[in-house]
Design a protein around this ligand. Structure first.
Ligand code: FE2
Length: 188
């Protein structure tokens, strides 16, 4: 017997994650501006980071070839999604920005981030690094486009796990990335 394509199979989750979903829904349903929504969602996420009963065993599994995304929740109306990202040492994203507001929280390990600004002289565009950030367990960041260009990597020596909450339907889009930037940077 096959599963009809229209049926979305919900991922297995923990009761702690179910509480987080309820709390995030309470914020998102207020319909506030994206940057304020991200800030308030971050407040809901922070107390759960590092809790041993937040994720299932499978949701800690990485991929030797690239950082791995586990979809934890996609809200039925498409208003938000929650994923766990698992990073083995050295794994990183391309330089990218996002389709919607985003909140990140480190659950385990260290997530390094370099932020960029897009500059142009009218003919040639390039990226200028503006800030380097290292986030450890319990650290939360929230942001909303525009001006959200960055690269993220695991700069630690062990596995890193972070939760990302997006104001978009990741189960439909596949990822939160709006654009990948393959431009010259001022990195050495
Ligand atoms: Fe990102």
């Amino acid at each position: 017997m096959t599963t009809p394509a229209a049926v979305r199979v919900a991922p297995a989750t923990t009761s702690r994650l179910a509480r987080l979903v309820t709390d995030v829904r309470g914020v998102v349903d207020r319909g506030l501006p994206p940057d304020l929504t991200a800030y308030l969602v971050g407040e809901q996420l922070a107390p759960h980071l590092g809790a041993s009963d937040l994720l299932t065993e499978e949701q800690y599994e990485g991929d030797p070839d690239r950082y791995r995304q586990h979809l934890l929740h996609a809200e039925r109306d498409g208003s938000f999604s929650i994923v766990a990202l698992v990073w083995l040492p050295g794994q990183q994203t391309a330089i990218h920005d996002h389709v919607a507001w985003c909140v990140t929280g480190v659950h385990q390990g260290e997530e390094h981030e370099r932020r960029f600004r897009l500059v142009s002289d009218g003919a040639v565009a390039r990226l200028v690094a503006t800030e380097d950030v290292v986030n450890g367990p319990g650290d939360v960041c929230g942001f909303a486009p525009p001006g959200d260009i960055h690269r993220v990597w695991n700069g630690g020596s062990g596995k890193a796990v972070s939760l990302h909450i997006y104001g978009a339907d990741i189960s439909r889009l596949g990822s939160s990335v709006r654009r990948v930037y393959d431009l010259r940077t001022d990195e050495s």
